[in-house]
Design a protein around this ligand. Structure first.
Ligand SMILES: Nc1ncnc2c1ncn2[C@@H]1O[C@H](COP(=O)(O)OP(=O)(O)OP(=O)(O)O)[C@@H](O)[C@H]1O
Length: 319
């Protein structure tokens, strides 16, 4: 049978939620029992581990979306994003910390798991959630925060508790989209009444999560958030519209071989003020034109026209 040290290590890895370590220990135990001639026990241990891994993979593949959380399979890599140096290194750090959560927990530390994502629409907040989920091999669960809120007393907090129950029991990266719906300061004293209680419930629940799940909250305006929120998150990531250099990177990544001239300097001014999403849309529109009209490639004039179109849409929407 397993010796005292093996049992203690297993228990420790269970309580520190270090599933990789737990998995390794079970395998070591099976090998140990096999060496001692307990082949049946060794086989049983191996089967249990294999079955559990299968179940975990199934959970990832088939995590059932419900009316509160929409589960998605994350498909985006960090290298797919165009990010400034600061954001890129912060994301790398979050990924590394969470990959090494077991190591950190052994030293009484925990990885940064609650992150506020703040910035203009279309600058990569949802994409970030997907990147983190993929890098950490977890499903992505999106919570549309405005859908949580109802006018009935107690109903929103009850829904929130349900969401956090899932967060606790199923490891995933959870994104509270449009977080202002419960975190916004403007609701503080308003008739929406319950919102304050909802926010307090959120703050309590978020502090009591012990799973490996990451909790992200996205907002378009960090200044509209209740100040109590800032210190409750482990980190805040700020998303800006793309810089000159990022505009060029975005366009070159997207247009790639469709634009053989490959010089994007002349477009920087024209794309200024547009979000990443709008620039990507301008590029995608060009590629679609190219495909539909059987064009060999995209001309400079076409790029200028497409960016001008996006600028006029942007001004229409924001005027
Ligand atoms: N940093 C980025 N790098 C590359 N592409 C980006 C980036 N940000 C946004 N995009 C493009 O824009 C699309 C929309 O981005 P995303 O949904 O992540 O924005 P968001 O910040 O979550 O917006 P919203 O606040 O409106 O929800 C992405 O699918 C991608 O095509």
């Amino acid at each position: 049978m397993a010796n005292a040290d093996q049992i203690k290590s297993l228990i420790k890895s269970h309580y520190s939620h270090d599933e990789n370590r737990f998995d390794t220990l079970v395998k070591q135990l099976a090998a140990y029992e096999a060496r001692k001639g307990n082949t049946n026990l060794a086989k049983d241990l191996k089967n249990i581990a294999d079955e559990s891994r299968k179940t975990e993979n199934n959970i990832i593949q088939f995590s059932k979306s419900n009316d509160l959380i929409e589960f998605k399979e994350p498909k985006i890599n960090l290298s797919d994003m165009v990010l400034n140096e600061k954001l890129s290194s912060k994301l790398t750090k979050i990924i590394n910390e969470n990959k090494n959560s077991g190591k950190l927990r052994k030293h009484g530390l925990k990885p940064n798991q609650t992150i506020l994502l703040a910035g203009d629409p279309g600058t990569g907040k949802t994409m970030t959630a997907s990147v983190l989920a993929k890098a950490l091999n977890m499903p992505l669960g999106i919570i549309y925060t405005d859908k949580l809120t109802t006018k009935y007393m107690g109903e929103t907090t009850a829904k929130l508790r349900k969401v956090f129950d899932t967060i606790e029991h199923m490891n995933a990266v959870y994104l509270f989209d449009e977080f202002d719906a419960i975190g916004g300061e403007r609701y503080r004293d308003s008739d929406v009444g319950e919102i304050r209680r909802v926010l307090n419930t959120f703050l309590q629940l978020v502090e009591n999560v012990h799973s490996r799940s990451l909790i992200l909250a996205a907002t378009n305006s960090v200044t509209s958030l209740d100040k109590a929120l800032y210190r409750r998150f482990d980190d805040i990531l700020f998303y800006d519209k793309p810089s000159h250099d990022e505009i060029k990177q975005l366009m070159s990544k997207r247009l790639n071989n469709y634009y053989p001239e490959k010089n994007y300097d002349d477009f920087v001014e024209m794309a200024q003020g547009l979000s990443h999403s709008e620039i990507v849309t301008a590029c995608d529109n060009l590629i679609k034109d190219c495909i539909i009209n059987d064009l060999e490639n995209i001309s400079k004039e076409m790029v200028i026209q497409s960016l001008a179109d996006r600028q006029s849409v942007y001004h229409e929407v924001n005027s």
